[in-house]
Design a binder for this molecule. Sequence first.
Ligand SMILES: NC(=O)c1ccc[n+]([C@@H]2O[C@H](COP(=O)([O-])OP(=O)(O)OC[C@H]3O[C@@H](n4cnc5c(N)ncnc54)[C@H](O)[C@@H]3O)[C@@H](O)[C@H]2O)c1
Length: 339
Amino acid sequence: MKLLKIGMVGLGRLGKRHAENLALRCPGAKIEAACSLDPVERAWAKTRLGVEDLFEDFSAMLESADIDAVFIASSSAFHTAQTVAALKAGKHVFCEKPMGISVQECLAVEEAAEVRPNQVFMVGFVRRFDPSYRYAKEMIDAGAIGEPFLVRSQTVDLDEYAAFQVGFVPSSGGIFLDMNIHDIDLARWYLGDEVESAYAIGGSFVHPEFAQVKDADNTCALLKFASGKMADLSVSRTAFHGHDTHTEIVGTKGILKIGMTPAKNRVEIFDLHGARVPCVKDFYERFEEAFRAEAMAFVECALNGDAPIVKARDGTEATRVGFSLAESFREGRIAIVRR
Ligand SMILES: NC(=O)c1ccc[n+]([C@@H]2O[C@H](COP(=O)([O-])OP(=O)(O)OC[C@H]3O[C@@H](n4cnc5c(N)ncnc54)[C@H](O)[C@@H]3O)[C@@H](O)[C@H]2O)c1
């Protein structure tokens, strides 16, 4: 069996999950080396996954490790430089979202990927690998709801993570680039069109600390696409029931609704308090299966020479819209995304 030797970059909150998926649940993948700034995380890679070739420095790993690919889940500010360096070194690259922390950075990745068609580059828009989101896309492509013209989508996190998120704002780019970017990608994917203008409002209704870092804890955004199609996207960091990502696609002949109730499983509770369902707690619990499918898709593309379904251009365009929404929110006016 062909084997893809991978250098894992970043072993934090998400990097550890990716590393476990690649090492334990992806036939054809082997984590040959790993790098992290944190010695405790490097020790984890050795004891949990048996990785012997461990680095603090990414460039040192790229130079000396025996790897065919890198899988990047480092802090967002390093994504572009690490991706471009790895592509130039002849590696296949998976890069977590965002692809870069400016549109210019994303364009640099796009350029580096485009001139190397024999290397796989894939950006991590995980929802595209969720079975329900994929099924909806197949239905739309088969004409099941006629012509889709409106996407309503939301990303909602539990309030208990808000304090952590405040500290994350400077490196993540804020609510539109960190959270809304997934909904933006879905809207582009389902509507098959590019965004022309964007408008966002929001506020720090529960946690004033977000306003202090020029961000928000709840936002609403409207996108107008070149064809006139629409998206209505919202984000909240202050939910109490669970992680609540759901999406609706409205077409000329029908509507698809995906995950409108964030149920943990099929159990329903009927008791003194009424009827209710337990909910998923965080993004990983909701998208666990999709994360595994995403990692497997990258490995298969790299081993078989197939083109990934998420391309560098998707990373650039979603980032472009995310920045436009942040600009609209800051300046209180409609932002022109493209003319
Ligand atoms: N797709 C999703 O739904 C999703 C969800 C969460 C996070 N993310 C993305 O994943 C990335 C990581 O997020 P996280 O929550 O795991 O962050 P984290 O802060 O928990 O972990 C960051 C990791 O990167 C390492 N690192 C930082 N700079 C490095 C460098 N220069 N060289 C090598 N390693 C370096 C750190 O040592 C750490 O292991 C972020 O870009 C984030 O946007 C995506």
